[in-house]
Design a protein around this ligand. Structure first.
Ligand code: SF4
Ligand code: SF4
Length: 357
C-alpha cells in the first residue's frame, strides 16, 4: 500500500484505454484492451475527474476527514493492483485518447433475411462489394438446401467480404455443411431450432444460447422471423477493441453503417423496422446507403436514448432501435433486461456472464 505522503506531488494516470462510464447507480471502469469491467461507486467517478487536473496531494486536501483519506488511498491501491492506473510525475506526456471514429467502408455490415423465395444474391453481393461491406449475415427462417447455400457462397468468390454468416433451420446435413465450410473459409453456419441433447453432452455450455464447433454453431432457439431479434441481456454485452468502443460512443451499436434486406426484399436499416427505402430488385443498395434519411439511425448513440443515457453499460451495449419501449427511435430497447435505475438484471440468474469471466 502506497503512503499518500510519498506520492503527494505525483499524479494518478488512468490508462487511456480505461474508460470510466458513469451511470445512475454506479460507475463502470471499462478496461477495453483487456475486455474487463469493474464497478465502483459514482463518487469515485468524480474523484477520477478531479485527478485529471490535480496531483494526489492536492486532491487529498480537498477531502473531508480521515475516513475519506483512507478510502482515497484504498482506491488508488485498487487501481494500481488491477493495473488500470500508474503514479507518474506529470500528466503532460499522457494526452487523452482521440475519440473520433471513422471507417473506409460506406457499409460495414448487412443483414439479409430469406424465407421461401431467394433474393437476387448476384445483384446484392455486387452492390455490397461496391460499398466495401465487410460482414454479411443471412438469416433463413426455413431449412436451406446445401446446394442453395453453395450457390450463394459461390457468388462471394473474388469479393472482399470478411465474413458471411448463415443462420438456418437445422436439417441434419452437418457432414455436407462441414465440407462446404472447409471450402469457403469466410463462411460460418449457425443452426437454429436444434432439438438434440447437445447442451446436456456439454455441461459447461449449459446456459449458453449458442454452442460452436469450429465454424458450425447450434442454438435451440426457434428463429421463425425477424421479431426474434433485439434482446438485450448481460450476454449481449460486448467489449470490442478501442475502435469498436469509440464507434459505440459516437454511433448506434447495431445500425451504424448497416444495410438490411427483409424477407420480402425491402431495403431497410434493419429487417424488423417498418420504414422501407424500396425493393432490392428496383433500386440499388449504393443509392440507399447515400440517402441522408437512411443514415439518420447510424448516429443515434446511447447518450441520446432515454434510460440508456443513464446506464453504465451504454458503450458496450449493442442496442436495438426496432423494438423500443415507446415505439420511437429515441426510447429504450423494449427487450432490454437491465434497469439502470436499480442496477438489476431481470434475467441475471439464468445468464452466464461471458464478458466478465
Ligand atoms: S439500459 Fe440501454 S444501455 Fe443499458 S443495458 Fe439496457 S439497452 Fe443497454
Ligand atoms: S435494430 Fe434490433 S431488431 Fe434490428 S437488427 Fe438491431 S437488434 Fe435486431
Amino acid at each position: 500500500m502506497k503512503e499518500l505522503a510519498t506520492i503527494q506531488d505525483k499524479y494518478l494516470y488512468l490508462f487511456a484505454d480505461c474508460f470510466p462510464v458513469k451511470g445512475h447507480t454506479r460507475t463502470m471502469l471499462c478496461d477495453v484492451s483487456r475486455q474487463k469491467v469493474y464497478f465502483v461507486d459514482n463518487s469515485y467517478y468524480e474523484l477520477l475527474s478531479v485527478l485529471k487536473d490535480n496531483n494526489i496531494g492536492t486532491v487529498a486536501q480537498m477531502l473531508d476527514g480521515e475516513e475519506d483519506l483512507i478510502y482515497f488511498k484504498e482506491f488508488i491501491d485498487y487501481l494500481l493492483d488491477i493495473e488500470l492506473a500508474i503514479v507518474v510525475d506529470t500528466l503532460d506526456r499522457f494526452p487523452s485518447m482521440e475519440l473520433e471514429w471513422d471507417h473506409p467502408s460506406k457499409i460495414i455490415n448487412s443483414i439479409i433475411d430469406i424465407r421461401d423465395e431467394m433474393h437476387d444474391f448476384n445483384k446484392i453481393f455486387n452492390e455490397l462489394e461496391v460499398l466495401a461491406c465487410y460482414h454479411i449475415q443471412i438469416r433463413a427462417y426455413c431449412q436451406l438446401p446445401v446446394s442453395k447455400l453453395e450457390e450463394i457462397l459461390a457468388l462471394t468468390v473474388g469479393k472482399n467480404f470478411r465474413s458471411v454468416d448463415f443462420l438456418i433451420e437445422y436439417d441434419g446435413k452437418e457432414a455436407e455443411i462441414k465440407a462446404l465450410l472447409d471450402k469457403y473459409e469466410i463462411a460460418q453456419v449457425t443452426y437454429h431450432t436444434y432439438e438434440m441433447e447437445l447442451f446436456d453432452e456439454e455441461p459447461e455450455a449449459k446456459n449458453r444460447a449458442k454452442v460452436y464447433h469450429g465454424s458450425l454453431g447450434y442454438t435451440k432457439q426457434k428463429v421463425s422471423g425477424c421479431e426474434g431479434c433485439g434482446l438485450v441481456n448481460i450476454n449481449s454485452m460486448r467489449i470490442r477493441d478501442v475502435k469498436g468502443f469509440t464507434e459505440n460512443i459516437k454511433h448506434n451499436g447495431c445500425l451504424n453503417r448497416k444495410i438490411s434486406i427483409d424477407e420480402t426484399g425491402n431495403i431497410k436499416n434493419c429487417p424488423s423496422m417498418e420504414k422501407s427505402y424500396g425493393h432490392v430488385n428496383n433500386i440499388s443498395l449504393t443509392k440507399i446507403a447515400d440517402d441522408t434519411e437512411f443514415q439518420k439511425p447510424w448516429n443515434i448513440n446511447k447518450d441520446n436514448i432515454d434510460g440508456c443515457k443513464d446506464c453504465e453499460y451504454r458503450y458496450i451495449c449493442t442496442d436495438c432501435r426496432a423494438y423500443t419501449t415507446d415505439g420511437d427511435l429515441h426510447s429504450k430497447p423494449a427487450k432490454c433486461q437491465y434497469d439502470p435505475y436499480t442496477g438489476v438484471w431481470a434475467d441475471k440468474e439464468e445468464s452466464v456472464n461471458t464478458v466478465f469471466a
